[in-house]
Design a binder for this molecule. Structure first.
Ligand code: ADP
Ligand code: ADP
Ligand code: ZN
Length: 214
């Protein structure tokens, strides 16, 4: 099963992707997580990506596409995957379609998690990320057992720099200009499925499993 998660920043793509991983046993591939790991490890790619990420801009397509295509060729992707945060532009989507077609493959589902802009700033300002494992929480909607400490690994939780309201507004406008057109792209491919992302996490996931099957 090959799945792409679509939706605004903060719509809940990562949260739902993690639940898909648990239930369906396919890996989550998050380009944001890959970039943040590279920044943490001080790699050249991390240094390049950081300048864009800090401004809430997209990392250029040429720094993203090969990275993802290479990741998808690894063994754990044999039975499928859930892509979270990629593609984010039409050229990225076209490159993905072409890379899959070269292997005689195609995506099965593009799941659009729909959340209006009004809800996004709240979602983001309450999001907390673990510096150690990348786990994601929300101070109101998905709190940790101990404030500021990751349930999964005991790591420290932070508010990502790019989740501050000034940057979120910019990320939203980038989303509308560059990523939202993917909805029509995947509609035309006949694989688009929309879910109401304003429901609680469990109910959104129930709607997703109704699409993917038990
Ligand atoms: P969110 O989950 O809030 O949407 P991500 O973790 O997916 O955020 O992405 C954080 C940042 O990483 C983006 O704002 C962008 O700068 C960069 N990024 C992640 N994925 C991509 C991509 N596919 N193309 C370009 N930039 C990306
Ligand atoms: P994305 O990957 O699309 O950027 P996340 O999955 O990181 O989004 O979710 C953004 C924030 O909103 C996180 O703090 C997360 O805990 C919270 N969240 C995710 N889904 C929901 C939901 N259905 N209702 C309320 N809060 C949610
Ligand atoms: Zn953690």
């Amino acid at each position: 099963m090959k799945i792409v998660m679509l939706g605004a920043p903060g719509a809940g793509k990562g949260t739902q992707a993690k639940m898909i991983v648990e239930k369906y046993g396919i890996p989550q591939i998050s380009t944001g997580d890959i970039f943040r790991a590279n920044i943490k490890n001080g790699t050249e790619l991390g240094k390049k990506a950081k300048t864009y990420m800090d401004q809430g801009a997209l990392v250029p397509d040429e720094l993203v596409v090969d990275l993802v295509v290479d990741r998808l060729s690894q063994d754990d992707c044999k039975n499928g995957y859930v892509l979270d945060g990629f593609p984010r532009t039409i050229p990225q989507a076209e490159a993905l379609t072409a890379a899959l077609a070269a292997q005689g493959e195609k995506l099965d589902y593009a799941i659009d998690v729909e959340v209006p802009d009004e809800n996004i700033v709240n979602r983001m300002s309450g999001r907390r990320a673990c510096v150690n494992c990348g786990g994601t929480y929300h101070i109101v909607f998905n709190p940790t057992k101990v404030e500021g400490i990751c349930d999964a690994c005991g790591g420290k939780l932070i508010l990502r720099d790019d989740d501050k309201p000034e940057t979120v507004q910019h990320r939203l406008s980038v989303y509308h200009a560059q990523t939202q057109p993917l909805i029509d792209y995947y509609k035309a491919e006949g694989i688009l499925k929309a879910v109401d992302g304003t429901k609680n996490m469990a109910d959104v996931f129930a709607d997703i499993t109704a699409i993917l099957g038990e």
